[in-house]
Ligand binder design. Structure first.
Ligand code: HAM
Length: 420
């Protein structure tokens, strides 16, 4: 152990478990790559104002959880707490929205940072794979994204997740609802913090998990009753498309989400085996975000799925992904000459695409064979001076223990044949 430890709220991804994380990222990315989404990567930090304006001045993310700092040059930056604002900023900066090919469909995968109170499933550094479809108002696009997330979770074998769906209305109907909700909430017995929230972001109060708040919310005006005709029709189409695709969802009129940019469609994927950090992913439409960060009107929709929580969901369902062993062949040289010759064979095998590793560090036979078994390899290539004198190496099947000599110049072919 060194003097140092991973910072609070973070953890290291180590083999062999790290392979599951990679597989989860790939499983989420797969359906996106197959549906016209191109890969985008943006910096790990941005101008702090981008998140303040985009995610919202009144959100927990911006007021409490952002890693904001000033650089030596005097720039105010923040480690990215989420991906949507950055991706939209990058798309606008590169004029991806110009040229008539809308929506711009992008996917991303990376690290995000929130100064949260750490607990299982809630970290200060975490991973998301996300997707954003920028510049089109079309219920089929909202449905597409939800269907692709559902497909990704199912491809991993997950079953105990639910899709919660809501509409938050638009700039026409939401302000009317907001005012009605504020009127109602101001009549309740709430603590100072919550009363402040009523002024700044009343919809978030609906999401308050505390029982004394929830109890008083019976009879609160619901957004559903205030949605304008256009929002209602839009939402109905999203629902119909999901139903037609056989994707089950639950209408959840209290689903608000913790970011301010949402309009109309919002959704969350929750897993029932994760306790309080049950949201494995979430997203929605953000038709006004582009204008909020100085761009043109670009109605858009997207989601981000949490990789850490998806891995926890797999554990909760007892799912072990079928991850092939990293190494197929392990080479064990006995002596200096064998080391030179086998190292050559290893290079050749790798160039032929066979996952191969080598017993480095001049290990004895016993230790080297232990390493071979630990590597998960199916075959070992063993050679000593006598083998070399005969122009062969021993090809050992590590499952059956069976050993056959193969000619040095036929190693690649024989290994391929043995691996099937
Ligand atoms: P979000 O709901 O804040 O949305 O995060 C999405 C997912 O990231 C969550 O459902 C969760 O799985 C994971 N996550 C968030 N915070 C943590 C944490 N502290 N520790 C572990 N996992 C975490 C967004 O970030 C939006 N940008 C999604 C979006 C994309 N909306 C439109 N486009």
């Amino acid at each position: 152990m060194s003097t140092f430890q991973a910072p609070k709220g973070t953890y290291d991804l180590l083999p062999p478990d790290s392979a599951t994380y990679l597989a989860v990222r790939e499983a989420i990315a797969g359906p996106l790559k197959n549906s016209g989404y191109g890969y985008i990567e943006t910096p790990g930090f941005e101008n702090v104002e981008l998140f303040a304006r985009g995610v919202g001045e009144s959100t927990d993310i911006v007021t409490k959880e952002m890693y904001a700092f000033e650089t030596k040059g005097g720039d105010r930056l923040a480690l990215r707490p989420e991906g949507t604002a950055s991706v939209l900023r990058a798309a606008l900066e590169a004029n991806l929205h110009k040229g008539g090919n809308l929506p711009v469909k992008l996917w991303y995968s990376g690290s995000y940072y929130r100064y949260e109170r750490p607990q299982k499933g809630r970290y200060r550094h975490f991973s998301q794979v996300g997707a954003e479809a920028i510049g089109a108002e079309d219920p089929a696009l909202d449905a597409e994204l939800i269907i692709l997330a559902d497909q990704a979770y199912r491809s991993l074998g997950l079953r105990n997740f639910r899709i919660l769906l809501n509409s938050l209305g638009d700039q026409e109907c939401r302000p009317v609802y907001r005012a009605a909700l504020q009127d109602f909430l101001r009549g309740l017995d709430l603590d100072d913090d919550t009363r402040r929230r009523v002024d700044i972001n009343p919809l978030r109060v609906l999401d308050d998990k505390r029982e004394y708040v929830q109890k008083q919310l019976t009879g609160a005006p619901m957004l559903r009753d205030y949605l304008c005709e256009a929002c209602k029709a839009y939402h109905e189409q999203v629902r119909e498309l999901l139903t037609a695709a056989g994707v089950a969802f639950e209408d959840d009129e209290k689903l608000v989400r913790g970011l301010d940019y949402y309009t109309r469609t919002t959704f969350e994927f929750v897993h029932d085996g994760l306790g309080s950090q049950s949201a494995v992913g979430g997203g929605g439409r953000y038709d006004g975000l582009s204008e909020m960060i100085g761009g043109p009107a670009l109605p858009s929709v997207g989601w981000a799925l949490g990789v850490d929580r998806t891995v926890l969901a797999l554990e909760a369902e007892g799912i072990a992904l079928d991850i092939p062993a990293a190494t197929s062949v392990y080479a064990v040289p006995l002596g200096d000459e064998a080391r030179r010759v086998l190292f050559g064979a290893v290079t050749e095998l790798r160039r032929a695409g066979v996952a191969t590793d080598f017993a480095y560090g001049g290990k004895g036979l016993k230790n080297a064979m232990k390493s071979a078994n630990r590597s998960g390899a199916r075959l070992a290539l063993v050679a000593g001076e006598r083998d070399l004198a005969e122009g062969v190496v021993q090809l050992k099947d590590l499952t059956s223990g069976e050993q056959t000599p193969v000619a040095l110049d036929a190693v690649v072919d024989e290994v391929r044949r043995a691996l099937g």
